[in-house]
Design a protein around this ligand. Structure first.
Ligand code: ADP
Length: 180
């Protein structure tokens, strides 16, 4: 499904983010930017070993923020950048998790726009091994995207959520329908 907010279309799709054609794709990284399992493993495999080298050169990223690198081997598929977003590990909800998840999305959106991307693809940050409850994460993700759209970004026209399983797609769909 998709919905338009101001000049920006927010689109939900089922599938592997490394197959999405977007100017930037976002990965759910760890704060050491060391690569990992889940979506981060898939993005590192698709971009090749230079991505980890670029991450090592940066050194790390605060939780609730993001950094941007080239996309290396993903450039052959039309992806210009990888944005490494660091979401929080769920610790029960009273450790600032919601604010940190917001920050990971908003910083990623800002980086995409300042790098003149017209499209950016996100996975569902923190809802895998970081265990952020999906029912709480999806409205935050969608709301940050819609809020950014409302701020009339200069370049960004499409925000895609590439969701890996039906359950995640369903919960994001409800959140997108409910977003005003
Ligand atoms: P985190 O550590 O932030 O929780 P994970 O990678 O464990 O990150 O999971 C985040 C979400 O990404 C989960 O919904 C997971 O199913 C999904 N995911 C895993 N691989 C991919 C992929 N290749 N493309 C898109 N989403 C993926």
């Amino acid at each position: 499904m998709e919905r338009r907010f101001a000049d920006v279309v927010i689109e939900l799709a089922l599938g592997d983010i490394t197959r999405v054609q977007a100017d930037a794709i976002v990965t759910a990284a760890n704060s050491g930017l060391r690569g990992g399992g889940g979506v981060d493993g898939a993005v590192h495999r698709a971009a090749g070993p230079q991505l980890l080298k670029a991450c090592r050169a940066i050194g790390g990223c605060d939780t609730g923020s993001a950094v941007i690198t080239q996309a290396y081997e993903l450039e052959e598929r039309g992806v210009a950048y990888v944005i490494h977003a660091v979401g929080p590990v769920w610790r029960g909800g009273s450790s600032g998790e919601a604010e940190l998840l917001k920050g990971a999305y908003s910083k990623s959106l800002e980086l995409a726009d300042t790098h003149e991307c017209t499209s950016v693809a996100f996975p569902s940050i923190s809802t895998g091994v970081y265990h952020f409850p999906l029912e709480q994460a999806a409205p935050i993700a969608v709301h940050e995207a819609a809020t950014f759209a409302g701020q009339r970004p200069k370049h960004l026209k499409r925000i895609i959520f590439s969701l890996f399983d039906e359950k995640t797609l369903g919960v994001f769909s409800s959140a997108l329908e409910a977003e005003r």
